[in-house]
Design a protein around this ligand. Structure first.
Ligand SMILES: NC(=O)c1ccc[n+]([C@@H]2O[C@H](COP(=O)([O-])OP(=O)(O)OC[C@H]3O[C@@H](n4cnc5c(N)ncnc54)[C@H](O)[C@@H]3O)[C@@H](O)[C@H]2O)c1
Length: 288
């Protein structure tokens, strides 16, 4: 069931392309905008590959996959976002870029359109303040890889209209078949507020020599039934991303649980970003 038949996505990087793919799979049209043509071409190729894989595995019909891809339009200017009823921004986590992009979106969309930000750590209220119609703006925080992750946080500052929140909640639940959790605008929302201190705490244990990375991870996998231990999970998320979120929440709250350990800073300086760089708490040079 389509709550939004046409959705705009701004930024076609890791998150934007995943968000676009999930929406295409729901049968809606997507207009995907990025300032870099190469990123758009890459995004389209990656979506096409993922759809082809689903067909190969018997998870999707070839005719559906072809129709979904057909419903993707790549646009090279914000003006291409004039039509959609919902526009989701997934541009880099830099306040100034987000503010400029959100104002540009608001200038072209219709007065009834809803605008959402996929930010991980910038307060939604701060972004809302930049807009003429903050009542039609909220946070919509997806998880990577979007097509496979079944959760989205719907973040509602006090400026968001109740019916807008409800419409977006239904979009996530009914159209994307993901579980929405509705959360007030607070640093880290629900998931990162709980997850990041846990990851940083595991890193401190490792740095202080309590136990090896393998044993810390085995402890949480086998002792708590987690699918992955905290250090392996940090490597997967990206150590730079974990540090960035820790810093952002620490600067908002002053809570020492979000202080980034020195050992993590040293790893980042040495270029160890986790799985994507080939090394982190584990070595991926032979598996990457
Ligand atoms: N990567 C994750 O695991 C993750 C998870 C949840 C949320 N987020 C959030 O999602 C957002 C995007 O993160 P990402 O990892 O996809 O970043 P990314 O760097 O992979 O992609 C960002 C894209 O935005 C494009 N862009 C830059 N400036 C632009 C502009 N002015 N207009 C249009 N496009 C522009 C870039 O060319 C790039 O393709 C961030 O706010 C991040 O915090 C990321």
């Amino acid at each position: 069931m389509s709550i939004y038949e046409h959705v705009g996505v701004v930024g076609s990087g890791t998150m934007g392309r995943g968000i676009a793919e999930s929406i295409l799979r729901s049968g809606a049209r997507v207009s995907l905008y990025d300032t870099r043509p190469a990123a758009l071409a890459d995004a389209r190729a990656s979506i096409e590959r993922n759809l082809a894989k689903s067909v190969q595995k018997g998870q999707a019909e070839a005719t559906d996959a072809a129709a979904w891809l057909e419903a993707l339009t790549l646009v090279d200017s914000p003006e291409g976002l004039a039509g959609p009823g919902l526009v989701i921004e997934a541009v880099p986590e830099v306040l100034q870029i987000k503010l400029e992009v959100l104002r540009a979106i608001e200038a072209v969309v219709g007065p009834e359109a809803v605008i959402a930000s996929n930010t991980s750590s910038i307060p939604i209220t701060r972004l809302a303040e930049a807009l003429e119609r903050p009542e039609r703006f909220l946070g919509l925080h997806f998880f990577n890889p979007v097509p496979r992750m079944g959760l989205a946080e719907v973040i509602t500052p006090s400026s968001t209209r109740v019916d807008v929140t409800e419409q977006v909640r239904r979009f996530v639940a009914e159209q994307l078949a993901k579980t929405p959790i509705v959360v007030e605008d607070r640093p880290g929302f629900v998931v990162n507020f709980l997850l990041v201190p846990y990851l940083l705490s595991a890193m401190r244990m490792h740095e202080q020599g309590y136990a090896s990375a393998e044993d810390i991870d085995a402890g949480m996998r086998l002792g708590c039934g987690h699918p992955m231990g905290p250090l392996q999970l940090s490597d997967l998320i990206g150590l730079d991303v974990v540090a960035h979120i820790g810093d952002a929440i620490h600067s908002e709250t002053g809570d020492p649980a979000f202080l980034v350990p020195d050992g993590l800073r040293r790893m980042l300086e040495a270029g160890c970003l986790g799985k994507k760089s080939g090394s982190g708490f584990y070595d991926y040079s032979t598996t990457a």
